[in-house]
Design a protein. Structure first.
Lengths: 390, 235
């Protein structure tokens, strides 16, 4: 647990970077500090490992005033990940990861063995061990950065915009893997970002800060979307709050409509025979949906075999245990209005229309409003084939 | 008679420096050795002095401009003037050989302070931050992270300093100190009434060879110390 107790940081020129900040980052959870630049989120983070000393107030780590530990000793017990990873260019990947264990006096062989294990854990092949950082892509470097922070198995991790410098596709991968790792390791994490979507995706709780270093709101992501305390938080959380709030809960009692499918490679004429409203869903030999085929009156196509270029590719696919948001999106993005739902094995399970999703949503909300004070459980937005929500 | 005059003509040709060398091998090798340590030692001492000064200049930004101006000034003092001033300043006798490395150390420091400061300044900010956050102490960080990363920049500066020392040492030869510079004085003295080139050419050849050898040593050491740079270039 990390506890800020009325912490203020004032610089000699009078700038107040952090103003009377009090908040608790609970053990084993991810606390995200989010806000515009100049809101003091990074300053707050760096005060935890004494890279910046508070002007007043105290910071407690597990009921111990952190200023009673020497800065170097304190830092060796806290993992730290930064934006561009900050790997040592002159050291091999394995030695980069082994840095803190070696600082703590572990012997070299043990430290390297542990480092290799961690590389695997963050999804890098062992063949990377002997390479140098400049030989890796940005995303790979960032994985090494996470492995390095984990090397001494610190209970606390500080992360300063760790995924901001990579492209959106890699960022999403890293975020998902970070959540997977955290579900295995349960570290106490303070995570800084300027990206509200990242905060909502990753945080167990989110602290929104405003310029001048004041805490605007501390809440679970779902709470933040449904009950922003003021205009600043509402504006920062952004548009589509109602829609995005649907990304936290799985659809209960999902009822699917059956749909006749055809196999990729069969004749278009065969597909036309089973089509509904002029569309038929095409699956591959695993039963995985491939896309919708429009079967018109065009006689010249009747004799063709179904190939991927003929298919409509725009629709998203949701999992049977998916959130309201993913299921609704599948329905809305489908050219037929029938959203494609798959099971755990990514096989086609059935379809659902937007109207039916909304009906389930209304039933759910009616049930909620009957119970008094339902605590909102922090849940993660889950990717299509992801695990069950926490 | 004919044979002698042919030999005499041939031996004054610039290309007969090798014959001159074999004839005066003992003297020439002794001058070469003097030249080696006179130009190498000041670089070593200069680096030892430049490291803390360069660190100061990179650590405290306000020191950098005045420090660099001062070093520039030192470097503009003509070497011959320095050779004349140093003995009375330090209470040495007029042609004490120690004055040469002292003067050259001044030049080496003048060149290397900037190089050390810029080398340390070339370490990326996020690397420094990560090192601090992982629990490196200030000295530990300097020795294990900053200096190794600054090696290529410092090595480039060492090459310039060493080569320029080889040439400045020769100037000290002209005022009578023992080193390859003496070959130029000898050549000059033997050039009356007609020009006599072999010792001059020999001096040039040995100086250039020495400079190349020093350069090779530094380049090799740099390569051995920075395998990480090759790994990137070989990609």
């Amino acid at each position: 647990m990390i506890r800020f107790d009325s912490v203020t940081k004032t610089y000699p020129d009078g700038t107040v970077a952090v103003d009377e900040l009090s908040l608790t980052a609970p053990s084993g959870k991810i606390t995200v500090l989010v806000g515009p630049s100049g809101c003091g989120k990074t300053t707050s983070l760096r005060m935890i490992n004494r890279m910046i000393e508070p002007t007043s107030g105290r910071i407690w780590i597990d009921d111990r005033d952190h200023s009673t530990t020497s800065p170097t000793e304190l830092r060796r017990g806290i993992g730290y990940v930064i934006q561009h990873a900050g790997l040592f260019p002159h050291r091999t990947i394995v030695d980069n990861v082994a840095t803190v264990p070696l600082l703590l006096g572990k012997n070299k062989r043990e430290a390297r063995a542990k480092a290799l294990e961690l590389l695997e854990r963050v999804g890098l092949p062992a063949s990377f061990a002997k390479r140098y950082p400049a030989q890796l892509s940005g995303g790979q470097q960032q994985r090494v950065g996470v492995a390095r922070a984990l090397a001494a198995d610190p209970p606390v991790m500080l992360m300063d915009e760790p995924f901001s410098a990579v492209d959106p596709v890699v960022r999403e991968q890293l975020q998902n893997e970070f959540l997977r790792l955290q579900s295995e390791l349960s570290k106490t994490i303070v995570f800084v970002t300027h990206d509200i979507d990242e905060a909502i995706k990753l945080g167990d709780q989110v602290a929104v800060m405003r310029v001048g270093g004041k805490l605007a709101q501390l809440a679970t992501p779902a709470d933040l979307l449904s009950n922003p305390v003021d205009d600043f938080v509402a504006g920062f959380v952004g548009r589509d709050r109602g829609y995005r709030a649907l990304g936290f809960e799985a659809v209960p009692g999902l009822q699917l409509d059956p749909e006749t499918t055809v196999l990729m490679g069969s004749d278009v004429s065969a597909a036309a025979a089973v089509a509904r409203d002029g569309w038929v869903l095409v699956v591959d030999e695993h039963g995985w949906p491939q896309g919708w085929l429009a079967v018109g009156d065009d006689a010249t196509r009747a004799s063709l075999q179904i190939t991927p270029p003929l298919l409509h590719r725009g629709g998203t696919v949701a999992a049977v245990n998916g959130t309201f948001r993913s299921v609704l999106d599948a329905a809305l993005s489908s050219p037929t209005g029938r959203g494609v739902i798959v099971d755990e094995g990514r096989r086609f399970a059935g379809t659902i229309t937007a109207a039916n999703v909304v009906r389930l949503l209304e039933q759910q909300q009616a049930a909620h409003s009957q119970t008094i004070s339902v605590p909102t459980v922090p849940v993660q937005a889950v990717p299509v084939q992801g695990a069950t929500p926490r | 008679m004919t044979a002698t005059s042919t030999a005499g003509a041939a031996s004054s040709s610039p290309w007969h420096f090798w014959a001159y060398f074999t004839a005066h091998r003992h003297q020439d090798l002794s001058w070469l050795w003097d030249h080696v340590w006179l130009s190498a030692l000041p670089v070593v001492i200069g680096l030892a002095i430049a490291l803390p000064l360069g660190w100061l200049a990179s650590r405290y930004k306000w020191i950098y401009p005045p420090m660099l101006s001062l070093m520039g000034l030192l470097y503009t003092i003509p070497s011959i003037a320095l050779f004349v001033i140093i003995p009375p300043l330090l209470g040495l006798k007029a042609l004490d050989p120690i004055q040469v490395p002292i003067a050259l150390t001044v030049y080496s420091v003048a060149l290397l302070v900037r190089v050390v400061a810029d080398g340390l300044g070339s370490v990326p900010e996020d690397v420094l931050q990560a090192a601090t956050a992982m629990g490196f102490g200030r000295v530990q960080r300097l020795v294990k992270v900053e200096l190794p990363i600054a090696v290529p920049v410092i090595a480039a500066g060492l090459r310039v300093a060493t080569v320029s020392n080889v040439s400045i040492v020769a100037v000290a030869g002209t005022i009578g100190l023992a080193n390859l510079g003496q070959l130029f004085t000898t050549g000059f003295q033997l050039s009356t009434p007609t020009a006599y080139y072999p010792p001059i050419v020999l001096g040039i050849v040995l100086c250039v060879a020495l400079a190349l050898a020093f350069d090779g040593v530094i380049v090799t050491a740099n390569r051995l110390l920075t395998p990480w740079r090759r790994a990137v270039q070989g990609r």
